[in-house]
Ligand binder design. Structure first.
Ligand SMILES: [Zn+2]
Length: 904
């Protein structure tokens, strides 16, 4: 395996201005002819004449010529991953190639492949080299013109990037289409689709008055399920015009839904290809959560047209340049449409359960990595979600106005180019300096050091703020002593302090915000205006950028206990806090904190403690009594929305619970934590029986409303069902059973989830009914596969084995694989069984999957990465499953992950 290093980046020796392709599709193969217009790069690092390297994987090369003269064996060197031309001309020239490929037997789902009779492509990151010989590097932007030829009957629709400029008939029942894309693009944004598809079309008028045809292409019969995706696309286009002033630039915008797809969706210029589960949906076939996710993914891919396509990445180390920024943009879009606070809470819960876990394990890497073996392994929550958090911190520190000025500068400077993460930060730095030089730093937007901020891109690991406080009740003075450190991660033993924007508040008795004076520790700090002097809306943004910081708040009311400390409001930085807070203080914050995120977080801390205590075999009765009282108040508080109730009462995810155990110095025991969560739900369901029953009746009034209306009531219904079924409520069991037959997919799936953990006749009949109803809809059936695979009772592995042999299970569809094997990984009692059987089973499955689809296999392999965090026995069995995997024949992708997991 070769390691690619950022430090080795060099500009390409030859620029590429045009990529002209002719793609002939046949019933059992395809032939691709390419004409690539090269010219020596005046900015090349190597002295001329440099060799020209063309990448090519699984291609049968039939011919190679320069300006019409064939290249002989002595002119080139061929290897398994491409061709080198030793001495290309030192003037502009055209390289002509002809290759033969086998899309029908391509199960990797990279390059050109066939999914259910449909020819389709996936080129990011390095799939284009499976279609034709090409430099295939993101910093080479060329103009594409593509002629597609195929049989008319089986492939009536021929799609590519850009505008269709010509179509026509050919002999033998074949036809062709020529597509021209006026915007130069890197090869990873190329896409081609050919097949029998139905189209839904709607016009969109841009802000400047141009008409764009929006076209959605789906398999025959799926047209009724396209309305939501089409409406979502239009909302996204309008939002990007209004918030960012960015308008669409071509005459048409195509989306194709494909069943076999490794990712969620792909932003190829003007021809987005989507996993069909992220397109096909309505209230009867998708849950509220799925509808919102579809809306956000459609928006995400659309937003890439500017942040990703028009401004692309110079190399794959810059992946977060487009992904972090675009995730930030899609999160802002969802927040604007559906409410900022709840959206933020959901994103933070997701970050903690996935990215924090990655940051603490053997595959931890910075937002901008400096080396990789398989780039496909870096499509991670660190690149995407932590990358978005880094952008969000800039937004928080600079404020909307300055951030948008930086954004406008970024777009105007770099449009049409391949850029780096640092190009983005530089644009923000320029805008910040402008703002600071004219208006000066303000209380809400303090000055900070950009050079130090850049460490967020280069240091892996989740920074920890250790906070100690000293309260002088007589004088009303509160001192905070904040120590910042980031744990060591693979390859990075030592870390430097980062710039942490820390939003805090002090919550007095009755919930009143307190606004004491803040004394800067040193005159320098005060002069640098790092410590703002006033409070906006009871919150204050501090910049914590030293290993050690001391702050003193004066003028607080004299009282015995310190005022409740509300920290990391709005989750102002992706960090962990270590601070001893008594139960009474957290209960006070849960009742009164005006910041929705900090309020939710106080409840999460209490719930984590309660689950952890139960998992240790001794429930904390006093804490649980406090929780019951606090939740009773939340259930009856008329000022709270159903949506707020639903999030405040949700238990932390399994990954967070394991993390909480590790933080408390206890080796996590996943089955025990899972069981503890269940018995806590049972206790809460019993103790709060009466208000829950009342609330369930209120929610029921809103069940029939269409998304987004009624979604909070449905979500709360699911939570109440879950708690009451766990508490053994026979009437709720029957109600949930009936909901599975009803018209709402949300309620049906919430009911299945609520019945999921109980070996009851109603659970089995609900599952059977759901299967019978949806067995012919693979997108929906995947959710049934996931539920069955994660049922925590009976012989779990035997059930999973039966699912893998089920006639409706499609081993070539990543969605189905993830449903069954991902479901197993989330099934704590079965996957983490103490005899190691779950781990061994998983290792066997990953090794087999790796033969067909390395990208999906290597992602799945990360479920075995946490072996070091468990107790000795579990740790040894998980490690031996990894060794079993390491002994198998593996793709470079999976080998890289397995070796990272086993590395000392
Ligand atoms: Zn993306």
């Amino acid at each position: 395996m070769t390691t690619v290093r950022l430090a080795d980046y060099r500009p390409a020796p030859y620029l590429l201005s045009r990529t002209d392709l002719t793609v002939r599709l046949w019933a059992d193969h395809a032939v691709v002819e390419a004409a690539l217009a090269f010219a020596p790069n005046p900015a090349a690092a190597e002295p001329a004449p440099a060799p020209l390297r063309l990448a090519g994987v699984d291609l049968a090369v039939e011919s190679l010529a320069i300006d019409g003269s064939p290249l002989g064996p002595s002119d080139i060197a061929k290897d398994a991953v491409g061709v080198t031309i030793h001495q290309p001309p030192q003037r502009p020239f055209v390289l002509q190639t002809r290759v033969r490929i086998a899309p029908h037997t391509n199960t990797t789902l990279e390059g050109l492949y066939v999914s259910g009779g449909l020819f389709t492509t996936q080129c990011e990151a390095e799939g284009f080299r499976r279609i034709t010989l090409h430099p295939d590097r993101p910093d080479l932007l060329s103009r594409f013109r593509v002629r597609i030829e195929a049989e008319q009957a089986s492939c009536p629709v021929l799609l590519c990037n850009g505008n269709c400029v010509e179509t026509g008939h050919l002999e033998g029942g074949r036809h062709y289409a020529i597509w021209d894309d006026p915007f130069p693009k890197p090869s990873y944004l190329f896409a081609l689709v050919a097949g029998d598809l139905e189209e839904v079309r709607q016009p969109f008028t841009t802000a400047s008055g141009r008409t764009v045809q929006l076209r959605l292409h789906v398999e025959p019969g799926d047209r009724p399920y396209t309305g939501h995706a089409m409406a979502s696309l239009q909302r996204a286009m309008r939002w990007d015009e209004q918030r960012y002033g960015l308008e669409y630039d071509l005459d048409e915008y195509n989306i194709v839904a494909v069943r076999h797809f490794n990712m969620g969706a792909m932003e190829n210029k003007s021809l987005n290809i989507f996993n069909s589960k992220l397109v096909l949906a309505d209230g009867e076939t998708a849950t509220d959560g799925e509808l919102e996710r579809i809306e956000s993914v459609i928006a995400h891919e659309y937003f890439h047209n500017w942040t990703g396509n028009r401004i692309t990445c110079r190399d794959w180390f810059q992946l977060s340049l487009k992904e972090g920024l675009t995730v930030f943009r899609d999160q802002s879009f969802t927040a604007d449409l559906h409410g900022a606070s709840l959206n933020r809470i959901e994103n933070v819960a997701m970050l903690r359960n996935t990215q924090f876990r990655e940051d603490a394990g053997p595959t931890a890497h910075p937002v901008q990595p400096d080396a990789y073996q398989a780039i496909d392994n870096f499509y991670t929550t660190t690149i995407y979600e932590k990358g978005a958090e880094v952008i969000r911190m800039l937004h928080t520190l600079l404020g909307e106005e300055t951030f948008m000025q930086g954004m406008a500068l970024y777009v105007s400077r770099l449009d049409g180019s391949a850029a780096t993460c640092d190009d983005f930060v530089r644009a923000m730095e320029y805008a910040a300096n402008e703002a600071w030089n004219t208006g000066g730093p303000t209380a809400e937007h303090p000055r900070f050091d950009f050079e130090q901020f850049r460490r967020w891109y280069h240091q892996a690991g989740t920074p920890v703020l250790q906070i100690q406080r000293h309260w002088d009740g007589e004088r009303g003075e509160l001192e905070l002593h904040i120590l910042q450190h980031t744990p060591a991660t693979p390859g990075q033993p030592q870390k430097q302090p980062v710039v942490v924007p820390l939003a805090i508040g002090l919550v007095g008795q009755g919930g009143a915000p307190l606004t004491p004076r803040l004394d800067a520790e040193t005159p320098e700090q005060a002069k640098a205006s790092k410590l703002p002097v006033c409070w906006g809306h009871g919150s204050r943004l501090l910049v914590i950028d030293q290993a050690e910081t001391r702050l003193r708040f004066t003028g607080l009311p004299s009282q015995h206990h310190p005022p409740a400390l509300s920290l990391l409001r709005q989750f102002s930085a992706p960090v962990k806090l270590e601070l001893g807070r008594p139960v009474a203080e957290l209960v006070h914050l849960l009742a009164h904190d005006s910041d929705p995120l900090a309020r939710w977080d106080a409840g999460q801390l209490l719930l984590r403690r309660a689950v952890l205590a139960r998992s240790q075999g001794h429930g904390d009765g006093q804490l649980e009594d406090e929780l019951v009282d606090a939740f009773a108040r939340i259930l009856s508080d008329p000022s709270l929305s159903q949506a707020s109730r639903a999030v405040l009462l949700s238990l932390p995810g399994q990954a967070e619970l394991e993390d909480a155990a590790s933080d408390a110095g206890i080796a996590p025991d996943p089955p025990a934590l899972f069981a503890a969560g269940q018995t806590l739900r049972q206790h809460l369901g019993q103790a709060l029986a009466s208000p829950l029953r009342q609330l369930l009746q209120d929610c029921q009034q809103q069940w029939a409303l269409s998304w987004p209306e009624g979604q909070a009531d449905r979500r709360l219904t699911g939570l109440i069902w879950n708690w009451r079924i766990t508490a053994g409520d026979a009437s709720v069991i029957e109600q949930a059973r009936r909901a599975v037959d009803g018209a709402s997919m949300s309620l049906a799936r919430l009911a299945l989830a609520a019945l999921q953990c109980h070996d009851l006749p109603q659970r089995h009949s609900a599952s059977a009914a759901f299967y019978a109803r949806w067995q012919h809809k693979p997108v929906i059936l995947d959710s049934w596969f996931a539920l069955e695979a994660s049922a925590p009772f009976g012989d779990g592995l035997a059930r999973v084995q039966r699912l893998l042999e089920h006639p409706r299970y499609d081993p070539n569809a990543p969605n189905s694989v993830r449903a069954v094997l991902g479901g197993l990984a989330g099934n704590a009692p079965v996957f983490h069984a103490s005899d190691g059987s779950g781990y061994r089973f998983m290792a066997e499955q990953i090794a087999a999957l790796d033969q067909r689809n390395p990208i999906t296999a290597s992602r799945l392999a990360k479920v075995l990465s946490r072996w070091r965090s468990y107790g000795p026995e579990r740790s040894a069995t998980m490690r031996s499953a990894l060794e079993q995997l390491a002994a198998a024949e593996l793709s470079p992708n999976t080998r890289e992950v397995v070796e990272q997991c086993l590395a000392d």
